[in-house]
Every structure is written in structure tokens, then in C-alpha cells.
Design a protein around this ligand. Structure first.
Ligand SMILES: Cc1ncc(COP(=O)(O)O)c(C=O)c1O
Length: 342
């Protein structure tokens, strides 16, 4: 079955598998006290600057929740899009671990903007009200759209104005970097992000994400927070080795470029089918589309994909590093054939 359901449906990139095999020799220090981890942290520092602090964790929920926990007290509020992964797809882990209230801002394209956020920052200093402390954005967004560095800077300016922090959920940060044609630093650290979840799993790794702190005041207690949050991997070298491979020979870029190109190809092919409507700008590796309800089931018998919104029947089609042109073309042809028979 061909899959457009999620970039998590894909397997592990062979270069990552090789790196895992390579790391699988002999004994070495545990919990990050090993050479591969030291080398990999240097790779992150080469991307973002020597002063950043990097911590590896198992998954994206863990990266987000613990990064947010480091930036907040339990009487704080976190402002995000109402579609944010932290708001709708991490159960209540952000609330449980950080203790904070999440304030979701309505969005039509997955992004939130500086003026909308500023409007929701209220009653600071009032002991009765949740105290807004973090703005959290996803890059790329849950709708596969991408914030420009200027949009991130505008959000950071609001955060600074109110003594808040800016968090970025970068589960798909490589897709965003490729889409913007910019290096990671330009739209994160240089744009005023304080803490970043840097994704690996959706871009060819087996598992593993990194929490990157640009503000060292936030990272000071993070080793304890990670352990308390059950995200400290004893055999750390096996997360580090995957990131080392991902950040070597431009693997992150090759994978994300391919996934984004497949999404563009899919978008173009579907635009030729009059009964199908593309609902979002295709910046990253996902295509959002309204496919006639009558054909969805037949299409789903051959291709995995999710109906993203039960009411509008908007569907999400995700491409990944291993999506082939053939799969894309076959999907578009099948959709076209089914539509023309309506
Ligand atoms: C925007 C976003 N953030 C974070 C995650 C990470 O989730 P997980 O905890 O499943 O690795 C995902 C995965 O679907 C995601 O789409």
C-alpha cells in the first residue's frame, strides 16, 4: 500500500541505518558520555553557534513538552495556534508536565501572527490570571506552511516586549529550511527563537529529536528536566549517531528537498483535476486538499491517507524522503479517474 498518510509511515534512510550499525561496536559511555554524542553536539554548534546547548530526546512530544517546561512555571500560559501539535496531538502532556494553560489562536493556514498573539496577552501581573510566558509556533506548520524569518522576528519582538520566550516546534524544520532556501540559524536563533525542537524522525531517522536552547538561562536545569521527564536515553550514542548522519553530507537537505518536491509534484497533478481543491499553499512536504467524499474510500483502498477534517472533508497528503514520482503520479491518476466517473 502506498502511503501519503504521514512522513512517520516511512522507514529509516539507509545512511541512518548504516550509522546505527557503525555505532554498534564495543562499549562506550552511557547517557551521552560518548564520542559520537560529543561529535554530534559539535555539528549542532556548527549550525547554530558555539554557545547553544543541545539535548537529545526520544520523540517530538518529549522535545516540545520538556522545552516548554524549561521555559515556564506552572502558573504560566503558552500561546500557540489552535491547530498546534502541542494543542491537539500531544494529549494533555504539555499541560500535565508544564502545568501551564494552553491558549490556542484560530488559524486558517496554520500560522499565528504577531498582532493576534499580542491581543491575547492580557492581565499580566494579575495573580488571578494565567501569566502568558511562551509563544509556540510550528515550523513547518501542521498545514505544511512555512513562517518567513520576518514573521518569526515579529513574533519574537512581541515575546521580548512582554518578557516572554519564543518556542519553535521544528518536527519538520528541514522541510522549512529547504522551502525558505535559508540555513537553520537564519529563521531560528537569528530571528529570536529561544528554544527549538529539532526534528529527526520525520526526515529519515528511526527516532530522536534534539532540544536546542539559544538562551542558556533556559538550559541550565534541562538535564534534570529531561531525566525527570523520562527522555534521557541510556544508550545515547544511538540517537546521536542518527543525527550525526543526518547532518553529514547534507542528508537532511537531500531528504527534505525530495519530500518537498514530491509534494509540489502532487499538488501540480491534483490541480489538473477540477473536482479537487487544494486548500493550502504547499510550502513543505504536505498537500491539503478537498477530495470529493464519494471517491475518498475507493482512493483509500489503494493509498493510505487521512481525512484531516471530518466536516470539510479536507484531506492531508504527506510526502517523505522515500516517496517516489511513480507513487505520486499513480495517486493523481487514480484520483482523476475516480473523479471523472462521478
Ligand atoms: C508538528 C509536529 N510536532 C511534533 C510532532 C512529534 O510527535 P511525536 O511525539 O509523535 O514524535 C509531530 C508528529 O506528528 C508533528 O507533526
Amino acid at each position: 500500500m502506498k502511503a501519503f498518510a504521514s512522513d512517520n509511515y516511512s522507514g529509516v534512510h539507509p545512511e541512518i541505518m548504516d550509522a546505527l550499525n557503525h555505532a554498534n561496536t564495543g562499549h562506550t559511555g552511557s547517557y551521552g558520555a560518548d564520542e559520537i554524542t560529543a561529535r554530534t553536539i559539535k555539528k549542532f554548534k556548527a549550525l547554530f553557534g558555539d554557545e547553544v546547548e543541545v539535548f537529545f530526546v526520544y520523540n517530538g512530544t518529549g522535545a516540545n513538552v520538556l522545552g516548554l517546561t524549561a521555559a515556564t512555571q506552572s502558573y504560566n500560559a503558552i500561546i500557540c495556534s489552535e491547530l498546534a501539535h502541542i494543542n491537539v496531538d500531544e494529549s494533555t502532556a504539555p499541560e500535565k508536565f508544564s502545568g501551564c494553560k494552553l491558549i490556542g489562536i484560530p488559524t486558517t493556514n496554520g500560522k499565528i501572527y504577531a498582532d493576534q498573539v499580542e491581543n491575547r496577552i492580557q492581565r499580566l501581573g494579575d495573580q488571578h490570571h494565567p501569566q502568558a510566558k511562551v509563544i509556540s509556533i510550528s515550523q513547518s506548520t501542521e498545514y505544511s506552511t512555512v513562517y518567513t524569518a520576518e514573521e518569526v522576528k515579529a513574533l519574537s519582538a512581541v515575546a521580548k516586549k512582554y518578557n516572554m520566550y519564543l518556542h519553535m516546534d521544528g518536527a519538520r524544520i528541514s522541510n522549512a529550511a529547504v522551502s525558505l532556501g535559508q540555513d537553520f540559524k537564519t529563521f531560528t536563533k537569528d530571528a529570536g527563537v529561544d528554544v527549538l525542537s529539532f526534528g529527526g524522525t520525520k526526515n529519515g531517522m528511526m527516532f530522536g529529536e534534539a532540544v536546542v536552547f539559544f538562551s542558556t538561562e533556559l538550559s541550565k536545569q534541562f538535564a534534570y528536566i529531561r531525566k525527570q521527564g523520562m527522555q534521557l536515553h541510556s544508550k545515547m550514542r544511538f540517537i546521536s549517531a542518527q543525527f550525526e548522519a543526518l547532518l553529514s553530507n547534507d542528508l537532511w537537505k537531500r531528504n527534505a528537498t525530495h519530500a518537498n518536491q514530491m509534494a509540489k509534484r502532487l499538488e501540480q497533478a491534483l490541480r489538473e483535476v477540477p473536482q479537487i481543491k487544494i486548500t493550502q499553499v504547499v510550502d513543505g512536504n504536505g498537500v491539503f486538499t478537498i477530495i470529493p467524499k464519494e471517491i475518498t474510500e475507493a482512493l483509500q483502498q489503494e493509498f493510505y491517507f487521512y481525512v484531516w477534517n471530518d466536516r470539510t472533508y479536507e484531506c492531508r497528503l504527506m510526502c517523505s524522503f522515500d516517496t517516489t514520482e511513480k507513487e505520486v503520479d499513480e495517486f493523481a491518476e487514480k484520483a482523476k479517474a475516480l473523479c471523472s466517473a462521478l
